[in-house]
Design a protein around this ligand. Structure first.
Ligand code: BGC
Length: 458
C-alpha cells in the first residue's frame, strides 16, 4: 500500500514560476544587449538575441504550459528600456503589450506578480551614471508610476527590485556585469540608491493602488565560515553582512550600513515593505585568503561536503531554506514569498530531488508559523542566463528549449511540479515516483507500518 502521507499547504498558497524580461523576451535594446556585444563578456560570446521569443508572442504558448502545470500565479518582469526608450518619452504600445501579457495570465487562471527592475536598464539611464547618479531613485520612481498607472487593473502584486545585492556586486564589485566596475564603494552607493528607489517606488505604487502588495526580491546566499572557523569567522561575518543582511536590516533599522560607505538614513523605509521575496540557490564557505588582494582578501569556496552545481555555482543544500526563511522573518517580520528557487541541471537528474527538498523546507517553515505566502520556481523554460548565455550547463527550465527551433520539451520535473501545484502539497507517493533518491530523507517512516489500532477509552 503506498504511503499517503502528504505535506499539505494552506489554501490559497501561490504556486508558480518566475521569469525575467531580458531572459525570455528577446529583441531588446538595453545596457545588457550592449554588454553582450563585447567579446569575452558572455559564454562563447553569445547574445540574448531572440531569447525565448516572448516579445514575438510565444509567451502565450508558455503560459499554456504553466497553466497545464496547475500554476495559479506567474512572476514576470517588465522592461524599462521598452517603456521609456528615451528619457521622458513613453512607448504606450509596449505598455499595452504588457497589459495583454497580464490579461493572458488572468485568462488562464494565474495571478501575476510583476517585477519592475530585474538587472537591466535603458541605455540613456545607464549612460548618465545608472544607479550611481543622485537622481536615479527619482527616475526609477517616474518609470514605476507610469507602468503602474497603465497596468494596475491587471496586477496588484509588485516586486520593485530583483536581487539588489547581486546586481550591486556583479556590476560594481566583480565587474562581470554591466557597467563592469570593480569598486566596493560604488557598490555600496548603488545599494543605498536602490533602497531609496525601492522606497520611492513603494510609495508611488501605494498612492496609485492602495490595495496593492509591494515587496522586493532578496537574494540569500548560504554562507558559513570556512574551516577553521576561528580564523575565517570575521571574513565570513563581513560577507554575510554585505550580501545577505545589510539591505534587509535597513528596513528594520531605518539606516543603511554597507561596508564601503558611511551609514545612510533612508527616510520612510520602515513603512515600505508588505512582503519580502526570498531567493535562495547555493551555499558557499566564506573566509579570507592572502592570495586574493583583488577582492579585499575575501573569498568564497564551494563546500567540499555538499553536492555542487556547474563550475562557479555553489554547493546545493535545499533543506537550508528553512533556516533562511527563519532568519529573514526574524529580521523584518514580514510575510515571505519564495520568489525564486531552482537549480541548473540540463539532464534533470538533480532537479526533482532539489524541488522536493525545497518544497518540504517551505512546508516545515509553515508548520513553525513562519508566514510563507507562495513559491515561484526558477524557471518555466530555459532562457538566457546572463554571463552564461545559453550554456546548457546553466539550463534552469522545467521545459528544455531548443533555441534553433524554439521547440519546448518537458523535463520530468515539469510533471512533478504540476502534481505538487495540483495537490497543493507534496506527498510521499509523489516523491517515490519522481524523486526516489530523497524519499528516505523526506519521509523516513516506513510505509504500511501504521497498522496498530488503538482504542480510545477502555
Ligand atoms: C536571478 C535570475 C537568474 C537566476 C539563476 C537569480 O539570481 O534573479 O535572473 O537567472 O538567479 O542564476
Amino acid at each position: 500500500m503506498p504511503n499517503r502521507t502528504i505535506n499539505l499547504f494552506p489554501p490559497g498558497f501561490l504556486w508558480g514560476c518566475a521569469t525575467a524580461s531580458h531572459q525570455v523576451e528577446g529583441d531588446l535594446v538595453n545596457d545588457w544587449t550592449r554588454w553582450e556585444q563585447t567579446p569575452g563578456h558572455i559564454f562563447q560570446n553569445q547574445q540574448s538575441g531572440r531569447a525565448c521569443e516572448w516579445w514575438r508572442g510565444r509567451y502565450e504558448e508558455d503560459f499554456d504550459r504553466a497553466a497545464a502545470l496547475h500554476n495559479n500565479t506567474q512572476r514576470i518582469s517588465i522592461e524599462w528600456s521598452r517603456i521609456e526608450p528615451e528619457a521622458g518619452k513613453w512607448d504606450d504600445s509596449a505598455l499595452n503589450r504588457y497589459g495583454d501579457m497580464l490579461k493572458a495570465l488572468h485568462t488562464r487562471g494565474m495571478k501575476p506578480m510583476v517585477t519592475l527592475h530585474h538587472y537591466t536598464h535603458p541605455l540613456w539611464f545607464a549612460d548618465r551614471g545608472g544607479w550611481l547618479a543622485e537622481d536615479a531613485p527619482a527616475l526609477f520612481e517616474r518609470f514605476v508610476r507610469r507602468a503602474v498607472e497603465a497596468l494596475r487593473d491587471q496586477c496588484d502584486l509588485w516586486c520593485t527590485i530583483n536581487e539588489p545585492m547581486i546586481y550591486a556586486t556583479g556590476s560594481y564589485v566583480f565587474g562581470t556585469r554591466p557597467p563592469g566596475m570593480k569598486r566596493l564603494s560604488a557598490a555600496a552607493r548603488v545599494a543605498i540608491n536602490l533602497l531609496r528607489g525601492h522606497v520611492a517606488a513603494y510609495r508611488a505604487i501605494k498612492a496609485l493602488q492602495p490595495e496593492s502588495r509591494v515587496g522586493y526580491a532578496h537574494a540569500y546566499v548560504g554562507l558559513k565560515p570556512s574551516p577553521p572557523a576561528l580564523i575565517h569567522r570575521a571574513a565570513w561575518r563581513l560577507q554575510d553582512s554585505f550580501f545577505n543582511m545589510a539591505f534587509l536590516r535597513a528596513f528594520r533599522d531605518g539606516v543603511a550600513k554597507f561596508m564601503g560607505a558611511r551609514p545612510a538614513e533612508i527616510p520612510g523605509i520602515k513603512e515600505a515593505l508588505d512582503w519580502v521575496g526570498l531567493q535562495y540557490y547555493t551555499e558557499f564557505r566564506a573566509g579570507f585568503s592572502l592570495a586574493a588582494p583583488g577582492s579585499g582578501f575575501l573569498v568564497q569556496r564551494v563546500p567540499g561536503d555538499l553536492p555542487a552545481g556547474p563550475p562557479g555555482w555553489g554547493g546545493l543544500n535545499p533543506a537550508a531554506l528553512f533556516d533562511h526563511i527563519k532568519r529573514v522573518w526574524e529580521t523584518v517580520s514580514k510575510p515571505v514569498i519564495i520568489s525564486e528557487s531552482g537549480v541548473p541541471d540540463p539532464d534533470d537528474t538533480i532537479r526533482p530531488g532539489y524541488l522536493a527538498e525545497t518544497v518540504q523546507a517551505v512546508w516545515r517553515a509553515l508548520n513553525f508559523n513562519f508566514p510563507v505566502l507562495g513559491f515561484y520556481f526558477w524557471t518555466l523554460v530555459d532562457n538566457f542566463e546572463w554571463e552564461h548565455g545559453y550554456d546548457p550547463r546553466f539550463n534552469f527550465g522545467l521545459y528544455k528549449v531548443d533555441f534553433a527551433t524554439q521547440a519546448r520539451i518537458a523535463r520530468p520535473s515539469a510533471a512533478f511540479y504540476g502534481e505538487i501545484c495540483a495537490q497543493n502539497g507534496l506527498s510521499a507517493e509523489m516523491v517515490e515516483r519522481h524523486a526516489p533518491g530523497v524519499l528516505a530523507k523526506l519521509f523516513p517512516g516506513e510505509p504500511g507500518k501504521n497498522n496498530v489500532k488503538l482504542r480510545v477509552g477502555k
